[in-house]
Write a protein that binds this ligand. Structure first.
Ligand SMILES: Nc1ncnc2c1ncn2[C@@H]1O[C@H](COP(=O)(O)OP(=O)(O)OP(=O)(O)O)[C@@H](O)[C@H]1O
Ligand SMILES: [Mg+2]
Length: 288
């Protein structure tokens, strides 16, 4: 039986740097294949294990994607559909008490945006369901015309419950960047620092940002492990993989995101992440 690593049609061969993961799996004698999540010819039920890896189009087809994850055998799926359901909507950031987190408010209307601007001053507004920094705007003035454009961009405007979150702009992203810590089966395995360029706050490569591996910072690892423990309590089991993203806010590192669906492993700059991920797969195959 084969392990299936789920990717998307834009990257059928796998995520950037996946050669390192391919080699690590092969070295462990694990039979595997990359498969496109919405390819109807893939027999997911025949897989020994499914790992969601690079399904990077899921945010624009979230309902379809989540239904597909529910259709998989949950005992042979890393993390699990219940985790994906919770994690796909950034509203989860308002659930994370008492973890240190970037303050987050739900916003469904112009009044919601204006309230957040009154509370935080300069705000980041972003869709609750999104990836790759899509739809993010920075606003200081409640009369900013981009707020109206943002509202009109939503197909079901005026929605109930709100499809955006608002946060204070964490200025340190420009100097200290955003940090990602990988926790696999409860162990912190690596850390990367990601820095934006110019006026941009988004750290992604597409926006000119740079990612580099750095030694694990013990105080950051502590926050990541606390987040992992919180998730263990929340779901009643230890998750297979967790990527904790952090920003430096009010003099401490706080959670900016928990990436539990398809966090890039940054294998192109950190090929050493491949070995521990392959070990995780090997361990899951042994235990099932
Ligand atoms: N409140 C904030 N203050 C400063 N920078 C922010 C804030 N929120 C987001 N950013 C910047 O914008 C980027 C994209 O935001 P975020 O990660 O929340 O969106 P996303 O669409 O889920 O992206 P991805 O899926 O790639 O992580 C972050 O990586 C960070 O660089
Ligand atoms: Mg992010």
């Amino acid at each position: 039986m084969t392990v299936l690593l789920a990717t998307f049609a834009g990257m059928p061969e796998g995520e950037p740097g996946c050669e390192a993961l391919n080699r690590a799996l092969t070295a462990r004698g694990i039979d595997f294949d990359w498969a496109v999540w919405d390819d109807p010819s893939v027999d997911w039920a025949a897989a020994s294990l499914v790992a969601i890896r690079a399904t990077w189009d899921y945010a624009v087809r979230a309902d379809e994607f989540l239904a597909w994850t529910r259709s998989l055998d949950q005992s042979r799926l890393l993390n699990g559909a219940d985790v994906f359901q919770w994690n796909h909507d950034k509203a989860y950031l308002t659930d994370l008490e008492p973890l240190p987190t970037v303050p987050t408010r739900l916003a469904a209307s112009h009044a919601g945006f204006a309230r957040a601007i009154t509370e935080f001053g300069t705000c980041v507004i972003k869709p609750r369901v999104s990836a790759g920094g899509a739809g993010l705007i920075i606003v200081t003035d409640p009369l900013d015309s981009r707020l109206g454009q943002t509202l009109r961009s939503h197909p079901t405007y005026p929605p109930v419950g709100g499809p955006w979150i608002a946060q204070p702009l964490v200025e340190s992203v420009r100097t200290r960047g955003e940090v990602s810590v990988f926790v696999l089966a409860g162990r912190v395995i690596s850390q990367v620092d990601k820095l934006p360029v110019g006026d941009e706050v988004r750290v992604h490569e597409e926006f000119g940002g740079a990612t580099r591996p750095v030694p694990i910072d013990p105080s950051i690892a502590t926050v990541a492990l606390t987040a992992n423990e919180w998730l263990t309590q929340r779901f009643g089991r230890e998750l297979d993989y967790v990527r904790v993203d952090l920003l430096h806010y009010d003099d401490v590192w706080v959670v900016s995101e928990l990436e539990l669906i398809e966090p890039g492993l940054y294998l192109d700059v950190l090929p050493a992440n491949a070995g521990p991920f392959a070990d995780l797969i090997a361990a899951r195959l042994c235990s099932s």
